[in-house]
Write a protein that binds this ligand. Structure first.
Ligand SMILES: Cc1cc2nc3c(=O)[nH]c(=O)nc-3n(C[C@H](O)[C@H](O)[C@H](O)COP(=O)(O)OP(=O)(O)OC[C@H]3O[C@@H](n4cnc5c(N)ncnc54)[C@H](O)[C@@H]3O)c2cc1C
Length: 591
């Protein structure tokens, strides 16, 4: 497996790898990573579809990428996916997956046309004082000291960030800025999370710094991601004869370790209460999605709170990873991630409006009509003064293909599930759907005497608790996650958010799909480059633009300097006078 960039490799099709028709593939899980790997096996490795088998513990595919209507409970989207034009592996895949909406076009075409015609941007990024615009005015409000803290982290070697927290690098200068409010609510970072991942994010998305405050950086699918991404992949795989086995829990995998050579030999699974197993030969390839950020999640209902389930049980992603990790040091350290759910849980809730009474409050804030079919809030609206640190968003409506046209689905999330609310004086994790809706209506600016009535009769709200949702952000070091294909692995790979690959950032659809492409290309010896992570961090234009954007447009020459620094700057400017360097710095408003 090697990385490449540019059109030559992007448009080339690999030759069929030798002997692939004698090989089979087994997947644990049907998340985005596993489904993507199946698609790469079919499209690029040209493995016959009927040789591919999926074992999924849930009754439906998709894992974290969900979107369902639970009978008698309501619509649930545990999450909504903000995406980027530089998700290189993802778009490489979706150009080949037929849309299930429009005949003859790909999922990529559909997405590209939609986001061209209806680009995303927000008209109100944050509110305070019950529905008043917080007027962040697209500003980061970073002091010179805060900018230096960010810059320092940016250039700190990974090794120096192992097991370190963000607060080891940022103090209140950063943490009290608009920058941090935008950042932590957009990406769900907490102050105690990994400084290493924070740095990787800064580098990975440096080309988007200017688009962070108003979300011009983002793109969204037409419907929820289960319908817009998972279903087309499943249809594609089924059309190729791929076998799906749902309600099938894999409880153990046994490896044979001989010196440095590691071979997966047995998969133990449970279906309908019956235990069974499959022996693997060296021609049988096993793809394991280890861990899982929606493991143990639970949903409540309009009148029911969620359960906060932290017990790790056999047949789930964490228990399986623990059993695997116990067999070889190269298989990682799951407890680093799942060991402290108090530090990595948060909650979301899906509000389904049932009549038009809540709509005017929404319109007043987002300044758009939710029923046009186009962008509504254009990304999250953060309630700056919410004790739960609540944000909410309305994506293009309808979000579900069967959703009634006059109903609107709102996604709410709160980063602090353990703190009492501002209107409902209970922690979010103890609240029913109705109570979460009341807290949201309070922050929308609904008068107190109408809140209870609107939450009861004008909406149905379903909460979701995800005890491990940010587990991949826990401080870590090299070796805590197994490599996608560990050294010496003969017939297996790890996929998803807890497999290690270079430079890319977790909590993204791209990360899961990248690990899938790397796994398939490595194990099947597909002779075509995997697109490298977008290289904006090596592009001086992006670096200059981001530097000035973080300074809210102020040139570097405006920085506070002592006499010595002023003299040094003057001398440096003299040296570049009349050169292309000076031209570039002026073009990007550095001078
Ligand atoms: C709330 C939320 C918001 C998100 N927001 C964004 C966003 O804004 N932008 C973005 O790019 N990404 C976002 N993501 C991330 C993205 O959706 C996920 O990273 C991605 O879907 C994970 O896919 P995966 O295949 O790696 O893992 P998973 O989806 O976790 O798949 C693992 C699968 O394995 C199955 N499984 C586990 N153990 C077993 C077992 N023992 N036997 C059988 N099956 C098993 C599980 O049931 C599951 O189906 C978000 C995710 C969530 C949850």
């Amino acid at each position: 497996m090697y990385y490449s960039s540019g059109n030559y490799e992007a448009f080339a099709r690999p030759e069929k790898p030798e002997g692939v028709e004698h090989k089979s593939a087994y997947f644990i899980g049907t998340g985005l990573g596993a489904l993507a790997a199946g698609c790469f096996l079919v499209r690029d490795a040209q493995m016959p579809g009927k040789h591919i088998h999926y074992f999924e513990k849930d009754p439906v595919p998709g894992g974290a990428c969900d979107g369902y209507k639970y009978p008698g409970v309501g619509y649930v989207m545990r999450g909504g996916r903000e995406m980027d034009n530089h998700f290189e592996c993802m778009w490489d895949l979706f150009r080949s997956i037929p849309s299930i909406e429009t005949e003859g076009v790909s999922v990529l075409d559909e997405y590209y046309w939609l986001n061209k015609k209806d680009p995303n941007f927000s008209l109100c990024r944050a509110t305070e004082h019950q529905g008043q615009d917080a007027h962040t005015e697209n500003k980061f409000n970073l002091s010179d000291k805060a900018q230096m803290e960010i810059m320092k982290l940016y250039f700190t070697p990974d090794e120096d960030l192992y097991d370190k927290k963000i607060t080891d690098f940022f103090d209140d200068e950063v943490l009290n800025s608009n920058f941090w409010m935008y950042w932590r609510t957009m990406f769900a970072f907490a102050n105690w999370h990994s400084a290493l991942e924070m740095k990787l994010y800064l580098k990975r998305f440096v080309h988007h710094v200017g688009g962070l405050p108003d979300f011009t950086a983002l793109r969204f699918t037409r419907y929820n991601q289960y319908e817009s991404m998972i279903l087309p992949m499943v249809k594609y795989l089924e059309a190729h004869g791929v076998q799906f086995h749902y309600n099938t829990k894999v409880t153990d995998v046994r490896f044979e370790i001989r010196g440095t050579q590691k071979t997966a030999r047995k998969v133990v699974f449970e279906k309908d209460g019956q235990q069974d197993e499959i022996d693997l030969t060296e021609e049988d390839y096993l793809f394991i999605t280890n861990g899982g950020n929606v493991e143990n999640s639970s949903i409540g209902a309009q009148d029911k709170a969620c359960e906060f389930k932290t017990d790790i049980q056999p047949g789930g992603g964490w228990d399986l990873w623990r059993r695997i990790a116990a067999q070889d040091p190269a298989f990682g350290h799951p407890d680093k991630f799942c060991g402290n759910p108090e530090k990595c849980n948060w909650m979301s809730a899906t509000v389904n409006t049932l009549d038009q009474k809540i709509i005017p409050y929404i319109k007043k804030i987002c300044r758009r009509d939710p029923f046009t079919g186009g962008v509504v809030t254009g990304g999250i609206v953060t309630v700056k003064d919410s004790s739960w640190l609540m944000s909410w968003t309305i994506n293009r409506q309808p979000q579900f293909r069967d959703q009634p046209k006059d109903q609107c689905l709102v996604w709410i999330y709160g980063l602090f599930s353990d703190r009492p609310g501002d209107y409902i004086k209970k922690p979010m994790r103890d609240c029913t759907g109705k109570e979460i809706c009341e807290e949201w209506l309070y922050h929308l600016g609904v008068p107190a005497d109408q809140i209870e009535d609107l939450a009861s009769h004008s909406a149905n709200t379903v909460p979701a608790m995800m005890p491990f949702v940010s587990s991949f952000f826990m401080p870590r070091r090299a070796g805590d996650r197994p490599d996608v294909v560990p050294e010496g692995a003969v017939n297996f790979a790890f996929l998803g958010q807890f497999a290690e690959t270079k430079r890319d950032t977790i909590f993204t659809t791209e990360y899961s799909i990248r690990t899938a492409m790397e796994a398939v290309y490595s194990l099947m010896r597909v002779d075509r480059g995997v697109p490298e992570v977008w290289g904006s961090t090596y592009d001086v234009r992006d670096l200059l633009a981001a530097t000035i954007q973080l300074r809210d447009g102020r040139p570097l020459t405006d920085m506070k300097m002592d006499m010595k620094q002023k003299i040094a700057l003057k001398e440096a400017l003299k040296k570049i006078e009349g050169t292309d360097v000076e031209k570039l710095l002026k073009e990007y408003h550095v001078l």
